[in-house]
Write a protein that binds this ligand. Structure first.
Ligand SMILES: [Zn+2]
Length: 167
């Protein structure tokens, strides 16, 4: 959004990602709001669509927590090695059914202009997105966190790893 008076660019945060529990135990899918694409469960294939350009990326953070309390708004978020492209599905497997999970997202609307996001370099985009480094690229604010999701409990009690290991 550009202000009609002062032309200042104001970036709105993306909507909170959507979370979907998969059939396999411990498996969650997160998608960007409004970016569902590919073959849907009703047999319809949706075209790729996104509000960011092809060279734009999403920075998805996730966190897992147990107990009843949800951490503070900026606490315990974990960074992935890489950003995700528009229309991506974020798949998290082997999650603990004792934990609850959620994600949040921010976006760079186009290609990296500052040169710090080197695609071959893990975590390189964090320097591109760091507001404390001068000359970085413009990123949207963080979205609201997604709904908190628990992975499906496994049908049988998991076997403790040490029970199957030979001494
Ligand atoms: Zn950059």
């Amino acid at each position: 959004m550009t202000c009609i008076k002062c032309k200042a660019l104001c970036l709105l945060p993306p909507a909170a990602p959507l979370v979907k529990r998969m059939e396999t135990a411990g498996h969650l899918h997160f998608t960007m709001h409004g970016e569902e694409c590919g073959l849907q469960s009703n047999g319809v294939t949706l075209p790729k669509r996104s509000c960011i350009q092809d060279a734009g990326v999403y920075h998805v953070q996730w966190r897992g927590f147990d107990g009843e309390t949800t951490p503070g708004p900026d606490d315990e978020w974990r960074n992935p090695k890489k950003c995700v492209k528009p229309s991506s599905i974020i798949s998290k497997k082997n999650l603990s059914d004792q934990m609850r999970y959620q994600v949040r997202v921010r976006a760079r609307l186009g290609a990296c202009q500052c040169g710090r996001d080197i695609p071959s370099e893990d975590y390189g985009f964090l320097k591109c997105a760091d507001p404390n480094l001068p000359g970085g690229c413009l990123w949207t604010p963080w979205s609201a966190p997604s709904a908190v999701a628990t992975p499906v409990a496994p049908p049988v009690a998991p076997v403790a790893p040490e029970a199957s290991a030979a001494p």
